[in-house]
Design a protein around this ligand. Structure first.
Ligand SMILES: [Zn+2]
Length: 273
């Protein structure tokens, strides 16, 4: 599943291609991905809008229109956004097509159809859930004291705290493993046992690691297009995620895999305490 660095990559790559463009026409081939409102109202609402900005909140993407209305997108497992000329053949799993004023189309493709799109009129309550998210990782308010206040009495493992979108937005299974490795904290350590130094280290490591992966994942529009809007997800810069049994890049001990709340987690039993 794309996490904050991947979603940010999509935003950065596509922004120059959508900014100031007007959506001349909307086709919804599969209404299942339109979460709100009805497909008819979605099409009527989005048609004719001019894109003022392309924003991100956690793992959500948002087309902000000049009218004040907005289109929120969550890619979930396999959703992807691509820009293609109107003349390019439409891939099989294309569910929504926004025809832009420059002759290109912004297409939403999704093999598993788990992703969702929400349209909201200006001033209308947002139904996507994006407004219920916790802090962005780069928000200066993300301090040791903030995190301590959210979970210091919780017996839940610290990994679950990092995955809780209501505390910090945008972190998933991959980057929680990478953050905990960089912070030297075991993923199964209960939040109630984290020291003040642990919380301080987390507050520094969360933005540091996400920034690192956003920079490392940077791709050109040509590379993104050649990978059909999907290849960019396979970052070769991971230290521990998916590397159970391999040597720790710091100490050489075999990395271990455990399952916490149904999610697998890989860590170094020597470097992480
Ligand atoms: Zn190690």
């Amino acid at each position: 599943m794309p996490e904050l660095p991947e979603v940010e990559t999509v935003r950065r790559v596509l922004t120059p291609h959508v900014l100031k463009k007007t959506i001349a026409n909307v086709q919804a081939h599969n209404a299942q991905v339109i979460a709100y409102p009805s497909p008819e109202l979605f099409i009527a609402g989005v048609t004719g809008q001019t894109i003022a900005d392309f924003a991100r909140r956690g793992k959500f993407l948002r087309l902000l229109f000049e009218s004040g209305d907005s289109l929120t997108i969550h890619l979930r497992m396999t959703g992807c956004l691509i820009i293609e000329p109107q003349t390019a053949p439409v891939e099989k799993h294309t569910h929504v097509i926004l025809s832009l004023s420059d002759g290109n189309e912004l297409r939403y493709e999704d093999v598993r159809r788990l992703g969702k799109l929400w349209f909201a009129k200006s001033g209308e309550p947002d139904t996507s859930g994006a407004n219920e998210l916790g802090l962005e990782p780069f928000d200066g308010a993300l301090t040791a004291a903030y995190m301590q206040g959210k979970c210091k009495n919780s017996k839940k493992p610290v990994k679950s705290m990092l995955l809780d979108q209501r505390i910090v937005a945008g972190i998933g299974n991959i980057y929680s493993d990478e953050i905990l490795f960089a912070a030297g904290i075991r993923p199964d350590k209960p939040c109630s046992e984290l020291s003040g130094a642990n919380f301080k280290r987390l507050a520094e490591t969360i933005p540091d690691r996400l920034r690192f992966f956003i920079d490392k994942n940077a791709v050109s529009f040509a590379e993104y297009a050649a990978g059909k809007g999907q290849e960019y997800r396979n970052t070769p810069f991971l230290h521990v995620y998916g590397k159970s049994g391999e040597p720790c890049p710091v100490c050489g001990a075999a990395l271990r895999r455990i399952v916490l709340g149904g999610r697998s987690s890989v860590f170094c039993p020597h470097c992480q305490h």
